[in-house]
Design a protein around this ligand. Sequence first.
Ligand SMILES: NC(=O)c1ccc[n+]([C@@H]2O[C@H](COP(=O)([O-])OP(=O)(O)OC[C@H]3O[C@@H](n4cnc5c(N)ncnc54)[C@H](OP(=O)(O)O)[C@@H]3O)[C@@H](O)[C@H]2O)c1
Length: 314
Amino acid sequence: MKAIVLKEAGGPENLVLEELPVPAVGPEEVLVAVQSVSINPIDAKTRSGKGLYPVLKYEDPLIPGWDISGRVVEAGSKVSAFKKDDEVFGMINFPGHGKAYAEYVAAPAAHLTGKPANISHHEAAAASLAALTAWQSLHAFTTLKKGQRVLIHAAAGGVGHFAVQIARRAGAWVAGTASTANRGFVLETGAHQFIDYTAGTLEDQIADIDIVLDTIGGDTIDHSLKVMKKGAIIVSIPSGRNEAVARKAEAAGMLGHTFKVQSDGKDMKILASLLEQGMIRSHISRIYDFAHIAAAHAQIETGHTVGKIVATPA
Ligand SMILES: NC(=O)c1ccc[n+]([C@@H]2O[C@H](COP(=O)([O-])OP(=O)(O)OC[C@H]3O[C@@H](n4cnc5c(N)ncnc54)[C@H](OP(=O)(O)O)[C@@H]3O)[C@@H](O)[C@H]2O)c1
């Protein structure tokens, strides 16, 4: 099978397309013929030697990526949830070795769910790590309710565009930050208010927030605390830029949490239901193929991708 292998940490050119044996399927796994993989910032961080590279560097071959959508070609002896020809998607073995950038992936059945028939494999792969992060981070420390004021940072990005939709669907009033060019996209995604981070401080544009999803870290935490109600909650996800969030929030009379996404087929099933009902949608700004995976990594590293990018092994 074709697979992308990371030879050593470094630039996008270190991702090499190779011919590898199809993986053996374990008793609790299914072998998936991959139709689409999605590309996330953690893929590029890991490739560059940060992210999960310290955990994965002894893997040989190291196959990057975690998000897949495809068709089951074989089910392990203990798998009852899926059978041959089922269409499935999910975030595989995170935080571990996902091995997603391949034509075939041996995936734990417990990390997958059925792909809704009314969405494409690209839309499904795109709604894995990013949508799961939005869902889990907004539900880990808060109960989203009607009438709450929710602020989503980087609302035009992978996690953000799902978070806006999830919070809106729960009945919350939602504001989203992005640069000027993404105003239309953020409002069309479902935000009630667009906040242009290039047009002044957060404090000048909004107040009285109950829940913040911080996807940026650093100063964004300080500014967010200034627009939150006393006792409000900030959940911060960018590792390496958010370790002070609990301390800073406590000092300001608020609650701050860091959060890390985890593979979970049960949460994927909830997302699949929302996708099937059209309550959330994946926005895909570009589709790459494996031969151009380096360009996909260069794009995600800009930090300005709109919605999601995906890649196809074909
Ligand atoms: N802890 C976890 O489990 C977890 C899970 C998923 C992701 N993450 C991390 O969360 C971060 C976001 O992930 P993602 O997948 O959403 O990334 P992404 O898709 O690459 O985000 C791109 C978006 O960020 C926006 N952006 C850039 N700078 C901004 C700023 N200063 N203020 C507001 N928006 C800004 C861009 O909008 P403009 O072009 O308009 O600037 C762009 O649309 C990454 O650091 C990722 O590694 C953590």
